[in-house]
Design a protein around this ligand. Structure first.
Ligand code: AMP
Ligand code: ZN
Ligand code: FE
Ligand code: FE
Length: 278
């Protein structure tokens, strides 16, 4: 009997706030029986330089992806993008802009923590610098220093949205990000819409020229997926899915806990190969 085709389209590596290297993630994907994968690090595609060559050596289909941090009417949204040209100058410039934004924002958050008597030097973030550095890394340092007991404590006490050491940083507009993704030949998918608390804000995002919704996410109850499947079906949009795997940084989220089948993965993968002349 052939194994069921499952492809996880939402995962993070050590190039953002996941704990596995791109190679380790691909090994794990094969180990858990996945037939395809997309790496969607926050605001960077740097993992692909290594991951594509490694995936090829293991004969494993790896789809290009990224998860952009954006804002729309003051609300924060994550935008997943797939199938874009990896060497597109506009898309690469956006990633570079995010790197600068993050550096400045991290500096300001550390400054706030220092004012509260918690000393973390900017240089302590250096070990993470191969990729996108952000709040999860600061949270890790707060745990290591014994300031808080867990990553989630770090968010709820200090760096979660609106908390004392939280700094929003420069805002990247959702519609501009969608535009960059389109110009790079990619498709723009609104990530985990189920997590949006303010429905009015979600409706505003849904007015934008998106190409799909992340209908299947982590281990969601199907009843929570249904409304988004209906919206996507009604608009003839892509319906994607993935686990949002972060390795040990989110130990209860398993690789492959959400996925798409061959009918979704194959056209995406074909388009990605064509766009990148692979
Ligand atoms: P940043 O991109 O630097 O703003 O960090 C946001 C990331 O932090 C999210 O994508 C999550 O991976 C993680 N995160 C956000 N809130 C929490 C939380 N309460 N506990 C643990 N991780 C969180
Ligand atoms: Zn993350
Ligand atoms: Fe996200
Ligand atoms: Fe994510």
């Amino acid at each position: 009997m052939t194994q069921q085709f499952r492809a996880d389209l939402h995962t993070h590596t050590s190039f953002s706030d996941g704990t596995l290297s791109p190679e380790e993630l691909i090994d794990k994907a094969i180990e858990v029986g996945l037939s395809g994968l997309a790496i969607t690090d926050h605001d960077t595609i740097d993992a692909y330089t290594r991951a594509l060559a490694y995936a090829k050596s293991r004969n494993f289909p790896l789809l290009g992806g990224v998860e952009f941090s954006t804002h729309h009417y003051g609300e924060s949204f994550h935008l997943l993008a797939y199938c874009f040209r990896l060497n597109d100058p506009l898309l690469q410039a956006l990633c570079t802009k995010h790197k600068t934004r993050r550096k400045e924002r991290n500096r300001l958050m550390l400054e706030r923590l220092n004012q509260m008597g918690i000393e973390i030097e900017e240089s302590e973030l250096l070990p993470f610098l191969e990729g996108s550095v952000g709040r999860p890394h600061i949270a890790k340092l707060l745990v290591e220093k014994g300031v808080v007991r867990s990553i989630s404590d770090a968010f709820s006490k200090y760096i979660g949205d609106g908390k004392a050491a939280f700094v929003p940083g420069e805002r990247m507009e959702l519609s501009d990000t969608i535009d960059v993704v389109h110009k790079a030949g990619g498709i723009a998918i609104l990530a985990h819409p189920h997590l949006m608390k303010r429905q009015r804000m979600l409706r505003r995002a849904l007015e934008l020229p998106l190409d799909g919704l992340e209908c299947y996410y982590a281990r969601l109850d199907p009843s929570r997926e249904r409304p988004f499947v209906e919206i996507a079906e009604g608009r003839n949009w892509w319906m994607t899915g993935g686990s949002d795997f972060h390795g040990e940084n989110r130990p209860h989220t398993f690789l492959g806990s959400s996925w798409v089948g061959y009918d979704t993965f194959d056209p995406l993968y074909e388009r990605f190969l064509k766009q990148n002349a692979l």
